[in-house]
Every structure is written in structure tokens, then in C-alpha cells.
Design a protein around this ligand. Structure first.
Ligand SMILES: Cc1cc2nc3c(=O)[nH]c(=O)nc-3n(C[C@H](O)[C@H](O)[C@H](O)COP(=O)(O)OP(=O)(O)OC[C@H]3O[C@@H](n4cnc5c(N)ncnc54)[C@H](O)[C@@H]3O)c2cc1C
Length: 282
């Protein structure tokens, strides 16, 4: 653990009510994997986020903005510096003209539900995508050929930073019953084809041009392939599952094995889609 000077921690405590030291990131990721963050801080509003990041920058301390933790693999040694999560002040989901104004920490599933109840169409494809709206906008979450970023008519970031604070999503009017049936259709398909209720971080590799990564991995005979506590899902070959005791190194070694086999068989190098965070491998 990098020692943050006591004086600096005291300064941070004046701004942030909730800080934890040496916090296992496995508690904050859908993979259930990840070593400790030196400091884990929840910024409840924009002012405290601004002051916190300013202090960290002034003191040369690294920080990482965590959303729902559903698209990341945190290394076993964890995160040096501060992992920041956005708190309640960033969870709004409000009706505006032709759309919704949404805080970055609002869960995407809640936003999708609100849109349906308001009779606003455009987000149905995101049914069942876990995580926050900020994270989804950052990674440009997608499904069934639809992307989230084109729906954002405005994204507000913390000044001088990439941190997304809120966004306005442009949606179009539709009968709520039509929206709900589309949502069900998408969600059912996802549930049948993806291991939604096991520990994973979604699709591990990007689809290469004109191919599906999952199909290549399946054709390489890698469904069920295991390294330590990590294995390739039997349901969807582009998902790696933590059976409970997986380390980040297990996942990284399995990813390397998949890349080598797929490259050898098809001449295609699969690029990771998940964000690999923290001290570098091994
Ligand atoms: C079962 C399952 C199914 C999934 N299905 C899909 C799917 O169909 N389509 C899809 O695209 N993804 C899918 N995912 C992956 C993931 O849920 C999405 O990519 C999600 O949008 C990531 O959001 P998050 O809040 O969890 O981001 P995180 O994983 O916390 O972060 C991802 C990246 O975004 C950055 N970030 C987070 N919040 C902010 C912010 N406010 N400002 C700036 N940067 C930020 C982080 O620093 C990190 O680099 C799935 C995952 C699982 C576990």
C-alpha cells in the first residue's frame, strides 16, 4: 500500500465522509476479483468530487473513477492511489423534453425502466446491461447493433477531466406497452444466451471486423477451458466466469491462452474489451 501521508488523509476526510483504506476491489466488481485500493472514497456530490480530485492532483496521487465495476478486471495487487465512486448526488433520473436527464451514478437498468414508464423509446436494447450510466457512456455500451453514446445530446464532465457527471439522453415517444415488449424480447434473448447471473465482466474481447469473438472462441473448442478459478462460459464463449476463487492472473492467463489459440487457428488477434485496471501483470 502506498502510504498517503496522514495530513493528506485528514484533508480528504474533511471532504469525504466515507473513505476506506486498503479496500478489496473484489467487493466492488461484478467479476468478484481485484486486490485492494489504497483508498476507496465515495464522492457524494460534485463539489466534494471537485475538491477531492484537486487535492489528489496537487499531491501527485493517482485516482481511478469506478462506475458499477461491471466492465473491469482489477489486478491482484490492486489500485495504487484512490478509487473514487460517485454517490447519491449523481443518481438522478429526471424527465426532460424529449428525453431523460441522468446522473452518472444512476444504474442503467433504472434509467431503462424510467424511460419505459415515461413512454420514451430508444434504450430498450440496454435492458439487462448492468452498471452505471456514466460507465455505459464512457465505454459506449452496446447491444443488438445499438450504441448508447449516440443517444446523448449532452454529456457534462468535471471541468478539465474525463469524469462524466451527467448526461441528457434524447429519446422518442412511444406507447409504453410497445417499449416493454421490446425490452422483454431483448432481455429474454440475453438471458438465454449469456451467463447473466454468474460472476463476469461481460464480453471479454471485442468483435473483430465481420466476426463474433464468441464464435471464434467456441470454434477453437475453448468453451469450458479453465485456468485456476476462471473458465470460459459454456453458455457464451466470450464470457469468462469466476467460479468463486479466481485471481486476476487466472483471467489474464486464460485470456492469453484464448488469444494464442484463436490467432493460431484463424490468424485473428482478439483485442480485450474489458478494462484492465491496477498494477500491471503479473
Ligand atoms: C452479465 C453482464 C452483461 C453485460 N452485457 C453488456 C452488453 O450487452 N453490452 C455492453 O456494452 N456491455 C455489457 N456488459 C459490460 C458492462 O456492464 C457495461 O460495459 C457497462 O456499461 C459498464 O458500466 P460500469 O458502470 O459498470 O463501468 P465500470 O466497469 O465501473 O467502468 C468502466 C470504465 O468506465 C470508466 N467510468 C465509469 N464511470 C465513469 C464516469 N462517470 N466518468 C468517466 N469514466 C467512467 C471507468 O473508469 C472504466 O474505465 C455486461 C456486463 C455483465 C457483467
Amino acid at each position: 500500500m502506498v502510504t498517503l501521508r496522514k495530513a493528506l488523509l485528514d484533508k480528504i476526510r474533511k471532504i469525504i465522509d466515507s473513505i476506506k483504506l486498503n479496500e478489496p476491489m473484489s467487493k466492488h466488481t461484478s467479476f468478484g476479483i481485484g486486490g485492494p485500493a489504497d483508498v476507496f472514497a465515495v464522492a457524494e456530490d460534485e463539489e466534494s468530487l471537485k475538491r477531492l480530485t484537486q487535492i489528489l492532483e496537487d499531491n501527485g496521487i493517482d485516482y481511478f473513477l469506478l462506475g458499477g465495476g461491471t466492465n473491469i478486471l482489477v489486478n491482484d495487487k490492486g489500485i495504487r492511489g484512490v478509487a473514487i465512486r460517485l454517490g447519491r448526488g449523481f443518481e438522478k433520473v429526471e424527465r426532460v423534453e424529449n428525453g431523460l436527464a441522468v446522473g452518472a451514478a444512476a444504474k442503467l437498468v433504472k434509467v431503462v425502466d424510467k424511460a419505459q414508464r415515461e413512454g420514451l423509446s430508444g434504450l430498450e436494447f440496454a435492458s439487462g446491461i448492468p452498471g452505471t450510466t456514466g460507465g455505459a457512456l464512457m465505454v459506449n455500451a452496446s447491444a443488438f447493433g445499438h450504441l448508447i453514446r449516440p443517444l446523448a445530446r449532452r454529456i457534462r464532465r468535471l471541468k478539465g477531466s474525463k469524469i462524466i457527471l451527467e448526461a441528457e439522453l434524447e429519446l422518442r415517444r412511444e406507447d409504453p406497452s410497445v417499449i416493454v415488449s421490446k425490452m422483454r424480447e431483448y432481455f429474454e434473448y440475453k438471458r438465454e444466451t449469456q451467463p447473466l447471473f454468474l460472476k463476469s465482466a461481460g464480453c471479454v474481447f471485442r468483435n473483430p471486423p465481420n466476426r463474433f469473438a464468441g464464435q471464434l472462441i467456441q470454434e477453437a473448442g475453448l468453451k469450458g477451458e479453465r485456468v485456476g478459478g476462471a473458465y470460459v462460459s459454456f453458455k457464451h464463449a466470450n464470457f469468462i466466469i469466476n467460479r468463486g476463487d479466481a485471481k486476476a492472473t487466472d483471467v489474464l492467463n486464460l485470456m492469453e491462452l484464448i488469444q494464442e489459440k484463436v490467432k493460431g487457428l484463424f490468424g485473428i488477434l482478439l483485442e480485450p474489451e474489458i478494462n484492465i485496471i491496477g498494477e500491471t501483470f503479473p
